[in-house]
Design a protein around this ligand. Structure first.
Ligand code: COA
Length: 370
């Protein structure tokens, strides 16, 4: 038998970063980057941004998961699952080594067993705020607070974080945030979740993989650095000098630019409005608006070929700071919202039942002929 000295070529077309590549069909959400629209199962973002997170889950899970057909069903199932997740916190929190908050979340999620009897999509959603709040408190030297199953998901998250009943306006702001970031087409973390789900590895493995993708500063790790940037700029008279120097060093301005949007990210406006409604959010918003305006002007000047607009992370930072999350926990709060989309995409991918296995184009050396 002769071995061919030529390696069969893979298809010619490659796209670094899979830009402009359609890798899945989904009924869940669509990002229209030219028009600046986000559509979630037939609704524009501004139609659903006032919904409860539980109502959004009903929509996302509809026909993909058994049970939980009403908002009340979801609220009750999540409340019970948060209580179950808290047992893990009590057992495992003292054993967590020295980790960042998102690493600690990854650690605790990894302890969810596939043999778990609570439906996995419900447990995945319930566990994140329980873990994230306990991790944030632990970092501040405080004991975890047990969930209250009777509360809404957003209210209980703040209750577990602060140990006191949150104000209605803070609950509303956090709920708006969770709904706004819940799903967003085939972003990197959702794609990661679908790849893992396609191997039939299960819900927990899929969403942990998604969290690992979310953690990077080009995806869900940006809002903490947005606040660092606002702090570093410090005052209005330093905005232009600071941003210009940062761009001159070739740095990226956190909270700006997007792979799909060529116009303003519609989520930025929803979150800007949410923070504007908070009485104590107003202080920083004026300064943030001034930074945003200057950043957009400088980006248009320095990067004329690439329309760079404000993305979701800029005002995320202000909302989460205003309701009392420490910036080190921001990625975990993002995961709490995006878990809605991840679980639905995993369910959709599992239903499709097709392994995701693309090809690569070999550009290395040919084997030498024997
Ligand atoms: N600040 C400065 N320049 C930016 C920029 C930013 N925030 N975002 C993109 N650019 C520039 C790049 O430097 C590049 O310029 P060049 O062609 O002169 O080298 C050009 O725009 C294209 O960048 P590229 O990395 O190819 O675009 P992308 O679509 O892959 O990147 C992001 C999308 C989100 C990764 C990118 O905009 C970014 O890094 N933003 C900052 C981080 C952030 O806010 N992430 C949260 C996303 S929701």
């Amino acid at each position: 038998m002769t071995i061919s000295s030529h390696i069969a070529p893979a298809p010619e077309t490659t796209s670094p970063g899979l830009e402009n590549t359609v890798a899945a069909e989904t009924i869940l959400s669509h990002v229209d980057g030219a028009a600046g629209r986000l559509i979630v199962r037939g609704y524009d973002l501004d139609q659903i941004s006032s919904w409860s997170f539980e109502a959004l889950l009903v929509l996302l899970w509809k026909d993909l998961a058994p049970g939980q057909v009403t908002e009340a069903d979801v609220q009750s199932a999540l409340g019970q699952a948060r209580a179950a997740a808290f047992h893990l916190v009590e057992r495992l929190l003292p054993t967590i080594p020295h980790l960042s908050q998102v690493e600690a979340l990854r650690f605790l999620l990894a302890a969810l067993a596939d043999s778990q009897t609570v439906p996995h999509h419900v447990m995945a959603i319930a566990a994140v705020p329980v873990f994230a709040a306990a991790i944030a408190r632990n970092a501040a030297g405080s004991a975890p607070v047990a969930p209250d199953a009777s509360l809404s998901h957003a209210e209980d998250f703040l209750f577990m974080l602060h140990g006191t009943r949150p104000s209605e306006e803070n609950v509303r702001a956090l709920n708006t945030y969770l709904v706004t970031v819940a799903d967003h087409g085939l972003n990197a973390s959702t794609f990661a979740a679908r790849v893992i789900a396609s191997t039939k590895a299960g819900m927990f493995s899929s969403v942990i993989g998604a969290l690992c993708a979310l953690k990077g500063p080009l995806h869900g790790g940006a809002p903490g650095p947005v606040l660092d940037m606002l702090d570093a700029i410090g005052s209005e008279d330093n905005i232009n000098a600071w941003l210009s120097a940062s761009l001159a060093r070739g740095e990226r301005l956190m909270g700006f630019g997007h792979r799909i949007y060529r116009v303003r990210d519609p989520r930025a406006d929803v979150l800007k409005q949410a923070v504007g409604l908070l009485r104590h959010g107003g202080g920083r918003i004026g300064f943030a608006e001034a930074v945003e305006a200057e950043a957009l002007a400088l980006l248009a000047e320095k990067k004329p070929l690439r329309p760079l607009q404000t993305n979701v992370e800029f005002y995320t930072a202000l909302v989460l700071e205003a309701v009392g999350f420490p910036r080190e926990s921001f990625t975990n709060v993002f995961a709490a919202g995006r878990m809605g989309g991840w679980t639905a995409h995993v369910l959709e991918q599992e239903r499709l039942g097709k392994l995701i296995r693309p090809q690569s184009r070999y550009v290395g050396p040919q084997p030498s002929q024997m």
